[in-house]
Design a protein around this ligand. Sequence first.
Ligand SMILES: [Ca+2]
Length: 310
Amino acid sequence: MFINLAAVPGWTLSTPTEHKYNTLAVIVSDNIKLMKFSKTRLLLICGLTLLFVSCNNNESTTAKISTDLVPTTPQINYSVTKEFPHDTSLFTEGLLFHNGILYESTGSPDELPFTKSLIVTDDLLTGKFDKKVELDKTKYFGEGIVFLDNKLYQLTYKNQMGFIYDSKTFKQIGTFKYSNIEGWSLTTDGKSLIMSDGTDKVTFLNPKSLTLIKVLSISDNNSPLDNINELEFIKGFIYANVWLTNSIVKIDTSNGKVVGRLDLSSLVFEAKNKNPHADVLNGIAYDSVTDKIYVTGKLWANVYEINFPH
Ligand SMILES: [Ca+2]
């Protein structure tokens, strides 16, 4: 199935690092991961079988080794409670709720000339959006946004600078610089701007001085977890899309460890069925008033309200 998709005319495959926006790379990458996982499991099973044969008079030793070697990131089960229309021209880079309104920021890849670098409000009932900000896409590729203290902050992809707007008028009131090579997503714990940059690092910035507070390294089963993408802070945890996967991970903010994972593959496949040009899962928003969580993806036809223990 994956190989047949790769043969669709007009699509080209590339390595994930070459293009941040390659849909098929996601599918291929996930498929490879599954294959690698299967090989790993196979080797593990063979190894444990040999161990059992050689140590069959010591069952407790075999059981201990098995428990230690198998990855144990807990899966978080979810249900889709509602779905809403979403404009398929929006190349989603940020998604959040503010005062009961869904905001979205978008980027504008050169190979998708219909896309724009925008900050918009989404009407969930109609799927129409209302533009609040548009960047000159010949200079800036829009990335994540977040509201804090009556200001709206926006990252750019490769300019190492962000924009600050008045949260009511959307008038630009400042800019800021950061040392991260790329800017990807923003969220907040109410005190800091929390920023991803496509690596395994999440950066905490002081919203007033825009200076570095700390850097949190994200790890999954004791290995660095790269490609941390769109973020949402929910009840003390950071939830993060992981670029080139169909997963959102739940991160313990005290140590950066992944403590749970949502597998949203079924929504990704549905999105691609509805729009063949739909790109990766990217966008998680939390409405703290209604306690509801929403997800979408780049050029997806829908925003989904999902429910899971949180
Ligand atoms: Ca978000």
